[in-house]
Design a binder for this molecule. Structure first.
Ligand SMILES: [Zn+2]
Length: 311
């Protein structure tokens, strides 16, 4: 079942944020006052195929801005969106994470001297017989191996830090990602440090595709790490209960139909900035309704659209 369909009911019930908590959006160039002041009647339409010519001089249209660029009409917005869709689906600008062979966690713990070979054998047997459960959980359950050691092993496996929950504010960090992604990809945006680094926690497997997408969307450097399982579960539950930006799910029959559908939303909201980023099998369009004078943004001013890319 496609991701969107399976999660549609969850996303449909999302509340819309009301309070004024803010998320640092970092160095997003399109939010600078300079880029906004350039938009307007003296701006050149960003669509290279624009046929409006000088007519747009008579249009009092300063928005929407898409990826920092102004379009003079709904048709031109659609053309910009279409180019962005092609870039995200077929272009080479989207970085793909490199896959490295990972040492199995059991072997890693054995090498560290944290478990014996007999414990590893028994835990693997138990896991095989049960047909479920993570090896680390079986080691904890059968032999009292500490969660801390399992977490350290996972961090070593991924060559990533062990993160902590200090300063974690679910109601603030729910601005970073749509609830659908937090839920479906098991990710937990923990905090923004110094207005530049966003810490993204995972329980066991790190989703580097999501991390790269988040980095492109927010302009922040995203650092991934592992959070101990028990802490992750509790915090993830709190996060899912927080208020998220409004989201709409879209499905379209092809790239052209999708461009039209997304452009319609761009024209409806007329955002001060918008960006389109691919995340696994989804295209994520984020619309910022007003420009930020500082890199802080209340979530009621943000709207997300998520579309399936299986088109
Ligand atoms: Zn135009």
């Amino acid at each position: 079942m496609p991701l969107l369909s399976s999660l549609r009911s969850t996303a449909a019930n999302q509340p819309v944020a009301r309070n004024g908590l803010e998320l640092t959006t970092g160095g997003l160039a399109p939010f600078t006052p300079d880029s906004i002041s350039r938009a307007g009647i003296f701006e050149t339409c960003a669509n290279p195929q624009c046929r409006t010519g000088w007519l747009h001089l008579w249009r009092s249209r300063t928005r929407p801005l898409f990826e920092g660029r102004w379009s003079c009409s709904a048709e031109c917005s659609e053309a910009l969106i279409h180019d962005a869709i092609l870039r995200e689906l077929h272009g080479r600008t989207v970085m793909q994470p490199t896959h490295r062979h990972k040492i199995p966690i059991g072997l890693l713990m054995l090498n560290q001297g944290w478990i014996t070979s007999e414990q590893l054998r028994n835990a693997l047997d138990a896991q095989r017989r049960a047909g479920s459960g993570r090896l680390g959980s079986w080691l904890m359950r059968l032999f009292g191996v500490s969660e801390e050691l399992v977490t350290r092993a996972l961090a070593l496996q991924w060559n990533a830090p062990v993160l902590h929950l200090d300063s974690f504010l679910p109601g603030r960090m729910s601005r970073a990602l749509p609830r659908l992604f937090v839920d479906a990809f098991g990710a937990l945006p923990l905090r923004v440090a110094g207005g530049k680094i966003l810490y993204l926690a995972f329980e066991e497997r790190m989703d580097t595709v999501l991390a790269l997408a988040l980095e492109r969307m927010t302009g922040l450097k995203v650092e991934c790490g592992i959070l101990p399982g028990s802490e992750f579960h509790a915090a993830h539950k709190k996060m899912l209960a927080a208020e998220f930006p409004r989201v709409q799910l879209l499905e379209a029959a092809g790239e052209t139909a999708l461009s039209r559908a997304l452009a319609r939303q761009l024209e409806r909201v007329r955002p001060a900035e918008a960006r389109l980023i691919r995340v696994h099998d989804c295209l994520w369009l984020r619309l910022w309704k007003r420009r930020a004078s500082a890199p802080l943004f209340p979530s009621e001013e943000v709207e997300d659209l998520i579309a399936s890319v299986r088109i």
